[in-house]
Ligand binder design. Structure first.
Ligand SMILES: *[C@@H]1O[C@H](CO)[C@@H](O)[C@H](O)[C@H]1NC(C)=O
Ligand SMILES: *[C@@H]1O[C@H](CO)[C@@H](O)[C@H](O)[C@H]1NC(C)=O
Ligand SMILES: *[C@@H]1O[C@H](CO)[C@@H](O)[C@H](O)[C@H]1NC(C)=O
Ligand SMILES: *[C@@H]1O[C@H](CO)[C@@H](O)[C@H](O)[C@H]1NC(C)=O
Ligand SMILES: *[C@@H]1O[C@H](CO)[C@@H](O)[C@H](O)[C@H]1NC(C)=O
Length: 646
């Protein structure tokens, strides 16, 4: 209405002088205003109304049509090709790279560093320049290096990082890691759902599952709207914005973050997060003192403060659509993709502390915070990072976690059927060391079971407590099924199937759980779905020529209506004309268990259907009984469970 009043007053002012022009302009403005009202996306509000029921975790297709339209394959990041003239070696010593200097053709190059000092979470300053000949150990994590040639021209200027472990070890008594005292490496990224991860970082996920034997939690659900509440609950086990935590009128230093406990138990600690203007904790009051021994924030603040990067943030939206206007990507600082700083700092932390106990939390924002495609540019780098960890034996005494806080927040995506669920279900993957699997067989067994159970950051916190206290036995005891379930249950312990969102402290706004309503297996619709599924199988098998028998439906064994408990709350939404004209597609889901002949195969599948009565398979058709030698003639992974060889 404000716009309208403004327009009206302009009209009154000018109406006598420019009558005709005014009519045209007013018309344009009104059309524009109507359009913007019509097209503006608002958050659809969906609330789960059955939060006290046993959770049926929604099974979604990562390539769901409603979401696939937003996905795009991007070209690799292109940065400047100039070499670094200095480097930090594996002991933390800064060197001038003589061969790089020789290659570059500069003469009599001399370099200096100035330490970046953190004043608080928002400001840094440069200390005086210190000239160094060939090498130096810098007693700080971040410093600006400048090199001049024989004519005193600056030929190199770049911000560098290291892990100043020597200074930390003078103040903290660090203990050795071991099979009992595990390192914790959490590799976090903002706004990445499990399904988005399957689309955008498939190389990394495959490496975690196949090479590292990791577990991916398929029922992992957020407990708060955005990063802050989810990370606070992960690190404290408490509910944020509640009186379980100190009021954060001042800094967050008094919060009982678990990294303090790790540090008190002889661990070196690190917290790194990029994109300082939207820091998880600094969006509030930030920290007075650095929260961990190594804290990367001043590095990123320095990058912004000293104008070193070409922060062409506006270009990122274009790059997210694979449009590259500049010669180099906006994701680069000179010759380095920004996420390399973060990963290299993480690696330095792990490398320099050697076999000392370590707790590290990294959180990468820039590639995922607002853009759904950019993160694929780091897929290979994440995989290489994990491969480096594995192949150097650094995972032998360590727990590795790849996680996010929630899915994409962009309204257009969030408002789709798939996006609604994705927003609430972030990626969570965990890798445990081999000896833990052999020594405590209940742990891999429970982790595997828990991949299909409802889980949250509260459970992860309990697991961190198990690791902190080196107690891998107590998770062997089952949870008391008769009592009220605890809010957090360590991921090492079996999480009961009956767990509801209420049990797990997931508010209705974020609870995604469906529920099953049994249907008559003999009903026309059940049979219809069965027929559709059998012809779907036959079609999938047709690519193998006449190797497989054409299957017939023999019986529907079980049939369920899969009820989505998420209900739209239009009355709580902002008003736009668009919502008046666009109705939600009415999509129903069914679960069908059926038998086919020949071969008496049992299959289970989820099907969706819309108003016009056409069906779609969600995910895959699963074979639920053994197929033994029935499909001897097929090797292909997806067809094998379906085929009855003739
Ligand atoms: C030193 O520079 C050379 C030439 O640019 C490069 O190949 C080499 O990797 C650099 N060494 C280190 C340790 O960075
Ligand atoms: C810790 O590890 C270092 C290096 O491997 C070793 O020299 C030292 O004896 C160990 N300390 C203890 C208490 O085991
Ligand atoms: C962590 O340390 C705090 C403060 O010392 C203590 O109150 C809390 O119980 C500790 N948490 C765990 C899990 O040991
Ligand atoms: C039914 O709806 C689906 C998906 O919305 C569409 O692909 C299909 O063409 C429609 N079929 C008919 C017969 O309208
Ligand atoms: C499976 O059956 C086929 C056809 O009867 C036979 O050729 C093959 O050797 C059998 N394979 C096994 C492992 O029994």
């Amino acid at each position: 209405m404000i716009q309208f009043r403004a327009i009206w007053s302009i009209i009154k002012m000018f109406r006598h002088r420019y009558r005709k022009q005014l009519i045209v302009i007013t018309g344009i403005l009104i059309v524009y205003w109507m359009q913007s009202c019509f097209y503006r996306e608002v958050d659809y509000i969906f609330v789960n109304k059955n939060t006290n029921q046993k959770c049926v975790i929604p099974n979604m297709d990562p390539l769901d049509k409603s979401i696939l339209q937003f996905y795009l394959h991007l070209d690799p990041v292109k940065c400047e090709q100039t070499p670094d003239l200095v480097f930090v070696d594996s002991k933390g010593v800064l060197h001038v790279n003589q061969s790089a200097v020789a290659d570059s053709g500069y003469r009599d190059v001399s370099c200096s560093f100035s330490v970046i000092k953190r004043l608080d979470d928002y400001e840094v300053k440069r200390e005086t320049e210190v000239h160094f000949g060939k090498s130096a150990y810098v007693e700080a994590d971040f410093f600006l290096v400048k090199c001049k040639d024989d004519e005193f021209r600056i030929v190199y200027e770049k911000l560098h990082h290291t892990i100043d472990y020597k200074s930390q070890m003078q103040h903290h008594k660090l203990l050795n890691d071991s099979k009992k005292h595990l390192n914790v490496y959490i590799v976090g990224m903002d706004s990445l759902s499990r399904l988005a991860a399957e689309r955008t970082i498939p190389i990394t996920l495959r490496y975690i599952e196949q090479d590292l034997g990791g577990y991916i939690m398929k029922g992992y659900t957020k407990v708060g709207v955005n990063t802050f509440p989810n990370l606070v609950s992960l690190l404290t086990g408490k509910v944020s914005y509640s009186n379980e935590l100190p009021p954060h009128v001042e800094h967050l230093d008094p919060y009982p973050f678990i990294w303090k406990n790790f540090s008190n138990s002889g661990y070196a600690t690190m917290f790194s997060e990029d994109l300082p203007d939207m820091g998880t904790f600094t969006y509030w009051k930030g920290f007075k003192d650095p929260p961990t021994m190594h804290y990367m924030r001043p590095f990123y603040v320095a990058l912004d403060t000293f104008g070193l990067p070409n922060t062409k943030r506006a270009f990122l939206a274009l790059e997210n659509n694979n449009i590259n206007l500049g010669r180099y990507s906006a994701l680069c600082v000179k010759n380095t993709p920004k996420h390399h700083f973060y990963m290299n700092y993480y690696k330095q932390f792990i490398e320099f502390y050697g076999n000392k106990r370590k707790f590290a939390l990294g959180w990468l924002n820039e590639l995922t915070h607002e853009y759904d495609n950019l993160v694929q540019l780091a897929d290979r780098d994440y995989m290489l990072f994990f491969k480096w960890l594995k192949e150097s034996g650094r995972l032998d005494h360590s727990i590795l976690i790849l996680m996010s806080d929630h899915g994409i927040m962009q309204k257009a995506i969030k408002n789709t059927l798939a996006g609604r669920t994705e927003n609430r279900m972030p990626i969570f993957a965990i890798v445990i060391p081999p000896h833990l699997k052999t020594k405590y067989p209940h742990i891999p067994r429970n982790l595997n079971t828990n991949t299909k159970r409802l889980t949250t950051v509260f459970d992860v916190h309990e697991m961190l407590v198990d690791i902190l206290e080196s107690d891998f036995q107590r998770s062997k005891n089952p949870v008391n099924e008769l009592a009220k379930l605890p809010r957090g249950i360590s991921l090492f312990r079996e999480i009961p199937e009956r767990r509801s969102c209420d049990d797990a402290a997931i508010p209705g706004d974020y609870c995604v759980c469906d529920s099953y309503e049994p249907m008559d297996a003999k009903s026309a619709i059940s049979k219809d779905i069965g027929q559709f599924l059998v012809s779907h199988i036959n079609q999938a098998l047709s690519k193998h020529g006449d190797k497989c028998a054409i299957l017939q439906l023999s019986e529907i064994k079980d049939s369920f209506f899969v009820k989505s408990n998420l209900q739209r709350r239009r009355e709580n939404e902002e008003f736009t004309l668009r919502t008046l004209f666009r109705s939600d597609p009415d999509i129903k889901k069914y679960l069908n268990v059926f038998e086919t002949r020949p071969g008496n195969a049992l299959f289970e599948a989820l099907v969706s259907t819309n108003d016009n009565g056409s069906y779609d398979v969600i995910g895959r058709i699963n074979r639920v009984n053994k197929y033994g030698n029935q499909s001897w003639c097929i090797d292909e992974k997806f067809s094998k469970p379906l085929c009855f060889c003739i």
